[in-house]
Design a protein around this ligand. Structure first.
Ligand code: NAD
Length: 467
């Protein structure tokens, strides 16, 4: 058992209670984790509020340099952090290492951005300047699928812009975030960064808190709605990165053997627990049977095991609730489609589900209409591209999508007609800190990354002077 602490006002403190964090590969207790009370949450917000004026007045170059120092420390500790991440989240160690280093890369790139004032007009009549001011205290709420990468999306732009921060990781994956808080605690002035852990019971208080000026939230669409409602009380700024039901559209001109590995990766990365995973695949009838076979073969040969074991391709589902939910999707697949690979949980401790390919399934089934967020992919047959586009768009989600074709021009034309925040061509899930990312429809509000994402952590202020 390790000794984790909350970070409040520059102090590493015990929680008012504790809670057990499990290893999803074994279901054994990995560590006892501090659990913050509402009083501690309020203390974290108060510390962030008190630290705000001095941090906002600190030159941006200094803030950038301190964020860079945090990235240095994270990189030095990458092997330790990756093992901890695998142990609490479940993903294979190689992927966890990539996540930790990816997080540091996001720190560096996002902290390299700038917020220059712009002169909008300088004439004999007036001088008008546009400034980007910090907002104040920001609350960052993180889900359990990419605890560190998603922290890397939020922390650097929030702090670079001059805000102070209260971070709340997900209850089942708080440890790697708390460890990072411990590692970087001495770098920033007290109160600039606060990290609390909860048992899924403090999100509402944080989003409602009158001294919090913005919420940057990543999680499910249903919780996103609650965040929006709570934030409405004080008209907080919100960025919501929510769920998805990404469609892949495979055209009749592909070589199924060639596209299958990329599609498999796009659907089964992180055991399918990716907001942007391919969650339903529309396949032209000309290549349908062959692609089903290729994907089934990949599913049957993928090694599913403890992420700490070398060679593991898919780890367990992250928590029991998600495991039970994905099992209910398997039940739906059995009734409404034909399972050609996987189809069951593994008979061992841990939340393991075999990668599953389902064919001869359509809309009207839960597996096609809802977000499964697990290693189960439905393949839906179509014969007319217009019909595939219509069906891909017939969802309340609009996070990502992809088009697979040997003719890029054709693929671009289809991509232009898809209602999603990101559409890839001949790939799925390719993100970088300089490419803005956000969801259409009920997949989110606002964007993250790049200048556009940084701007969301600021208040635009116009100074308009008479001549
Ligand atoms: P979740 O919505 O259950 O939880 C996310 C976070 O919100 C957790 O930290 C949780 O403790 C907190 N929370 C719970 N109740 C709250 C409340 N009332 N107010 C404020 N916060 C509250 O999501 P999850 O199950 O952890 O994550 C899976 C979901 O997240 C999937 O739907 C997935 O698609 C989505 N997701 C989206 C993105 C994206 O960028 N769009 C990225 C990753 C995950």
């Amino acid at each position: 058992m390790s000794d984790y602490r909350l970070l409040i006002g520059g102090e590493l403190v015990q929680g008012d209670a504790t809670m057990a964090v499990l290893n999803p590969a074994t279901e054994e207790v990995l560590a006892l984790c501090p659990r913050a009370s509402e009083t501690q949450l309020n203390a974290a917000v108060a510390a962030a509020k008190a630290a705000f004026p001095a941090w906002a007045a600190t030159p941006i170059g200094e803030r950038r340099q301190l964020i860079g120092q945090m990235a240095d420390v994270i990189e030095v500790h990458a092997p330790e952090l990756a093992r901890l991440l695998t142990s609490e989240q479940g993903k294979p160690l190689a992927d966890a290492t990539e996540e930790v280093l990816g997080m540091a890369a996001f720190f560096r790139y996002l902290a390299s951005l700038d917020l220059p004032a712009k002169v909008i007009e300088d004439s004999s009549g007036r001088r008008v300047e546009a400034h980007r001011r910090p907002l104040g205290v920001v609350g960052a709420i993180i889900p359990w699928n990419y605890p560190l990468l998603i922290l890397g999306f939020k922390l650097p732009p929030a702090l670079l812009a001059g805000n102070t921060l209260v971070v709340k990781p997900a209850p089942t994956t708080p440890l790697s975030t708390l460890r990072i808080a411990e590692l970087v605690a001495g770098i920033l002035p007290p109160g600039v960064l606060n990290v609390i852990a909860d048992a899924n019971d403090l999100g509402d208080a944080l989003t409602r808190h009158p001294d919090v000026r913005k919420i940057s939230f990543t999680g499910s669409t249903s919780t996103g709605r609650k965040v929006m409602a709570s934030a409405a009380q004080t008209l907080k700024r919100i960025t919501l990165e929510l769920g998805g039901n990404d469609a892949g559209i495979v055209l009749d001109d592909v070589d199924p053997k060639k596209v299958a590995p990329g599609i498999f990766e796009g659907a089964f990365q992180n055991s399918g627990q990716v907001c942007l995973a391919i969650k339903r695949l529309y396949v032209h009838e000309a290549v349908y049977d062959e692609l089903c076979e290729e994907l089934a073969a990949l599913a049957n040969s993928a090694v599913v095991d403890d992420g700490l074991k070398q060679g593991t391709k898919l780890g367990p589902l992250q928590n029991r609730m998600q495991y039970e939910k994905v099992k209910s999707f398997l039940e739906d697949a059995r009734i409404n489609g034909k399972i050609v690979a996987g189809g069951e949980a593994m008979d061992r401790p841990g939340y393991f589900i075999k990668p599953t390919i389902v064919r001869d399934i359509e809309e009207g089934s839960r597996l096609v209409d809802e977000e499964q967020f697990g290693p189960v992919l439905p393949l839906i047959r179509y014969s007319e591209p217009d019909d595939a586009i219509r069906r891909a768009n017939a969802s309340s989600y609009g996070l990502g999508a992809s088009v697979w074709s040997s003719d890029p021009e054709r693929a671009y034309q289809i991509a232009n007609r898809i209602d999603a925040g990101t559409v890839w061509i001949n790939k799925h899930i390719d993100m970088a800190p300089h490419i803005p990312f956000g969801g259409a429809k009920q997949s989110g509000i606002g964007v993250e990354f790049a200048e556009e994402g940084l701007a969301e952590f600021t208040q635009l202020q116009i100074i308009n002077g008479a001549r």
